[in-house]
Write a protein that binds this ligand. Structure first.
Ligand code: GDP
Ligand code: MN
Length: 379
């Protein structure tokens, strides 16, 4: 889960990272009031979970409260990479002398947390990686002892942080490290980290990405979720305890188990179709949960057929079949359904499905081929 800049800054500030927090606003009046409270020039920044807001016109300076209101008028409602801006951050503006990039990232390949830093900050790091890879410093932290003073000294040296700011840099990096670990993050990024014209070190932008699997340990962070930027279907799926990711194809997939769901999607592609989603219904697959999965899948207007692939283990095949038949009664839209159930009580499942006129399949290849054919037929 990605956190908005102002949320990320809230967490970093809590851990002692120096920054100028500012206030959020959703209307020009609120932006004016915030600028009045701050006093002096401010920067008005679109709060959307995409990079490159600056280039897209989502970051603007304002000298006066009136001007801040004007900038908010321009930015709220703006479409940035498909997201409509609803909130802006109004923060004290600073004069920038130098911009750096600094982040901590969970590096799965290195099996540890890695510092990524660059003296070429401000622009997107992917851009620097492409055009000037030597300008990026990567340093894997020791997986057990974590961030050490020598790591900090080396990064500061590589970036050329001015001598008189080295102590502040160490404090900042320690704070970034604590924020990263204590919130179970996958990424904590400051871009740009700046030295101001009056010689202060400040985090001007921040982005924290949390590990979704660790969210149950952080109800306070879970509460920071921004529903404005989430597919409504994904929100509904989470509430029903279903893992769901929307895709662009026409074949809805309902599967138990993440690995089996991935395999099912691969076979749909091999059969010449495109999956409309990833969906792992989890254990149990009771009628209620199946019904929720149907609703979520059919909410997508592109879906022309549903492929149900269930491996009965502890969950018995006949129970799942009954669940499917029952849940299907409550649907508002009919599409062909191909069902493959194997494992425990698969034999008992067959007559239940046949009686309900569902298309059945023995092998997964067969099921995928039938679903692709059904999706191509008259809807
Ligand atoms: P991003 O484009 O989405 O990464 O948004 P940023 O928050 O990083 O802002 C983009 C750029 O706007 C930064 O790299 C800075 O150059 C500039 N910027 C942001 N805040 C200030 C500020 O207070 N003063 C000045 N002069 N520039 C700023
Ligand atoms: Mn940035």
């Amino acid at each position: 889960m990605k956190l908005q800049e102002y949320r990320s800054k809230e967490i970093l500030a809590r851990h002692g990272v120096p920054l100028l927090a500012g206030e959020t606003a959703t209307t020009p009046e609120e932006a004016r009031a915030a600028a009045e409270r701050i006093g002096g020039p401010v920067v008005v920044k679109a709060q959307v979970l995409v990079g490159g807001r600056g280039k897209a016109g989502g970051v603007k300076l304002a000298q006066t409260p009136d001007e801040a209101a004007q900038r908010a008028t321009e930015i709220v409602g703006l479409d940035i990479k498909g997201i409509t801006v609803q909130t802006v951050l109004v923060a004290p503006a600073v004069e920038i002398a130098k911009e750096y990039y600094l982040s901590l990232i969970l590096d799965r390949a290195a099996r540890t947390v890695t510092v990524i830093a660059s003296a070429e900050g401000g622009v997107e790091i992917e851009e620097t990686a492409r055009t000037n890879p030597e300008a990026i410093v990567r340093m894997a932290l020791h997986p057990l002892i974590g961030l050490q003073d020598y790591n900090i000294r080396r990064v500061a040296g590589a970036l050329g942080i001015p001598k008189e700011l080295r102590r502040d840099f160490a404090t900042l990096m320690r704070g970034l490290d604590r924020a990263f670990f204590e919130s179970d993050a996958d990424l904590a990024e400051i871009n740009p980290l700046v030295v101001t014209a009056d010689g202060r070190l400040l985090a001007l932008d921040a982005k924290i990405v949390l590990d979704d699997s660790a969210l149950p340990r952080h109800p306070d962070l879970e509460a920071m979720r921004d529903l404005n930027e989430e597919e409504p279907a994904e929100t509904a799926a989470r509430a029903a305890g279903i893992s769901f990711i929307k895709l662009d194809g026409t074949i809805g997939c309902m599967v138990n188990g993440a690995g089996l769901a991935m395999t099912t999607m691969d076979l749909v592609k091999l059969a010449g179709g495109e999956p409309a989603n990833f969906l792992d219904i989890g254990g149990g697959a009771k009628a209620e949960r199946v019904a929720a999965a149907f609703r979520i899948i059919l909410d997508d207007e592109n879906v022309r057929a549903i492929l149900i692939n269930i491996f009965g283990g502890i969950t018995r095949g006949d129970e799942v079949a009954r669940g499917i038949v029952e849940a299907r009664r409550s649907l508002t839209r009919e599409v062909p359904m191909v069902v493959r159930i194997v494992g425990t009580n698969a034999d008992e499942a067959r007559p239940i499905l046949a009686e309900a006129n569902l298309i059945t399949a023995e092998s997964l290849d067969d099921a995928a081929a039938k679903a692709v054919a059904a999706a191509a037929g008259p809807a």
